[in-house]
Ligand binder design. Sequence first.
Ligand SMILES: [Zn+2]
Length: 233
Amino acid sequence: MRVTTIDTLTQVTFMPGWFPINCYIVEEENDLTVVDTGMSFSTKAILQAAEKIGKPIRNIVVTHAHTDHIGGIDRLKEAQPDSTFYLPKRELELLEGDKSLRDGEDQTPIKGGVPKGIQARPDEVLVDGDRIGSLQAIHAPGHTPGMMAFIDVRTNALLAADAFQNHGGFAVAGDIRWRFPFPGLATWSKPTAIETARTLADYQPAILALGHGDLLMNPVPKMQEAINQAPQK
Ligand SMILES: [Zn+2]
């Protein structure tokens, strides 16, 4: 386990060596927002990191329904029953076991593991443009149909979940890096992921905070390079 803090953003990393999984804590004036909950074994470290910052966890945001992002929600919600749990609307359908595709979505199978036994259900569902404290929700489909990224309007830090990866190589979702292929193999639609990658680069983020891999400062040139490298199909 490793904890990295830059300004108001804290990254908590599990298994940093071989299969890094990141959760984030965003510090607001009076409270904290957790973004992604890791797996069921991640809860204790998230709570400890929050305690160290010294503010209560008010919001828990999950970017998408894959196990390594939503897997810790039950324990975290149990430990923080007064917190508000947010999930993108489209990802709630996945969590409920509905893997069918909607009109306008790339008609290719949804991939990756979605846990079956999660008890928690969101207190609020998110749509594009919603605000949670300083975080603005950005619909960021491609890795899954409903994944969301979040930009901190104070710092321009972009929490982009699995829209890119920064472990085993830097890549757009779906452009497999064989030294760490898992986010790529779990990606639903490569063309949609590339479109989203362009949208996210247009926000000109100052920091890129991903589900897998280290924080990246001034990430735009690297994002653009990865977009240009990504195969279009
Ligand atoms: Zn994922």
